[in-house]
Design a protein around this ligand. Structure first.
Ligand SMILES: [Zn+2]
Length: 122
C-alpha cells in the first residue's frame, strides 16, 4: 500500500499530543487505510523520555495497516537523527517528525531511509 496522505485531524492530533508532551518527546504508530493515514496508535509501554522517544518494538502487533511512526522533537529541528533513521528502517515506510512549536507547518514526512517525502493533508 502506497501512503500518499494524512487526514488533517490525525495530523492535528499528533501536533496536539506533541504540545502536551513537551518538553518530552512522544511517539506513536501511524495507521493507514487506502493510502491515507487516519489514526495514531499509542501502545502500552511507549516511552517518552527527555531525550528520545522509543517504542518497544517487541510489542508491535502484527498489523499491516501500520505504516510507520510519528515522533516529536522538542526543538525546531525537523531532521531525523541517526537513531531516528535506525528506527525508521525497522518500523515501516512512512515516518513523520513534528517539531517545536508544533504548528501545522512544523512537520515533515520521511521514507525509511530518512529522505523527505511529500504527504498530502486531506
Ligand atoms: Zn527524532
Amino acid at each position: 500500500m502506497k501512503v500518499f496522505a494524512i487526514k488533517k485531524e490525525t495530523l492535528r492530533m499528533a501536533l496536539e499530543v506533541a504540545r502536551d508532551s513537551y518538553p518530552k518527546e512522544f511517539a506513536a504508530m501511524l495507521r493507514a487505510r487506502e493510502g491515507v493515514i487516519t489514526e495514531l496508535l499509542f501502545l502500552p509501554g511507549t516511552i517518552g523520555a527527555d531525550r528520545s522517544a522509543m517504542i518497544p518494538f517487541y510489542m508491535k502487533p502484527v498489523d499491516f495497516s501500520i505504516v510507520g511512526v510519528v515522533h516529536s522533537h522538542p526543538t525546531p529541528n525537523l531532521s531525523p537523527s541517526q537513531a531516528d533513521i535506525a528506527l525508521f528502517g525497522r518500523s515501516g515506510d512512512v515516518h513523520i517528525i513534528v517539531a517545536y512549536p508544533y504548528t501545522e507547518k512544523s512537520w515533515m514526512a520521511f521514507d525509511r531511509m530518512g529522505n523527505p517525502i511529500e504527504l498530502e493533508v486531506l
